[in-house]
Design a protein around this ligand. Structure first.
Ligand code: 2OP
Length: 220
């Protein structure tokens, strides 16, 4: 695989969304269930809002998804507890191999392209001290719709100044990889969970287990 630049999805790819489980312990005896339902609703709401043309930023959508998950699970967190759980999204942990892999890939212009709001992304990048590894942090907020809308992916070539076909788009979210492939990127699926491929008629150009596998596949 030959690429001239890389675009990284953030949540689930660079950062572990389920590191909110610790914060969830304060509001439930089953924080894994809360984290899973919360993530599912968060993504559902991004797709529904995009289809309806009723954009709200990812922080707002994440708050709404948490409210739904708490109601569905019969949880009544206080405002302070809810704020603490939300704030965990600003300090998500990067997966253990991310820093070393980005260092191995340092010769390629690399940017984040994410559903996250600018504030959320700046916070989590700085929390993990990854800013020096990134050319840019690109948020869907610039086009007020969510992935997999092509207008989102178009932010990447515009900012990197590279042809889309020469850019590797890297995501752990199979549906995001399908969207990137449909847009014309070289699509890399970081299949951290060993999940089956989404049945969307779009096959990634490369499947790896983690970002170390990506660096190796790119000869770095
Ligand atoms: C992201 O855009 C898909 O939530 C994931 O970072």
């Amino acid at each position: 695989m030959q690429v001239t630049g890389l675009l990284f999805d953030a949540y689930g790819t660079l950062f572990d969304v389920h590191s909110v489980v610790e914060a969830g312990r304060a509001v439930t005896a089953d924080p894994q269930a809360l984290s899973a339902l919360w993530r599912q609703k968060q993504l559902e709401y991004t797709w529904l809002r995009s289809l309806m043309g009723r954009y709200e930023d990812f922080w707002s959508v994440t708050e709404s998804a948490l409210a739904f998950a708490c109601r569905q699970l019969g949880l009544q967190p206080s405002d302070a507890e809810r704020r603490r759980v939300m704030d965990a999204y600003l300090t998500l942990r990067a997966f253990p191999e991310v820093r070393a892999a980005l260092t191995r890939l340092h010769d390629l212009p690399s940017a984040i392209l994410s559903n996250g709001s600018p504030r959320m992304l700046e916070a989590v990048v700085d929390h993990n001290d990854l800013r020096s590894h990134l050319t840019a942090i690109l948020s869907v907020d610039a086009v007020r719709t969510f992935k997999p809308h092509p207008a989102v992916y178009a932010l990447g070539p515009a900012r990197l100044g590279l042809a889309r076909a020469s850019i590797g788009f890297v995501s752990s979210n199979g549906w995001d990889v399908a969207g990137a492939k449909a847009f014309g990127f070289q699509a890399v699926w970081v299949n951290r969970q060993g999940a089956p491929l989404e049945e969307l008629g779009l096959t990634p150009d490369l499947e790896v287990r983690d970002l170390a596998g990506l660096a190796a596949a790119l000869g770095r």
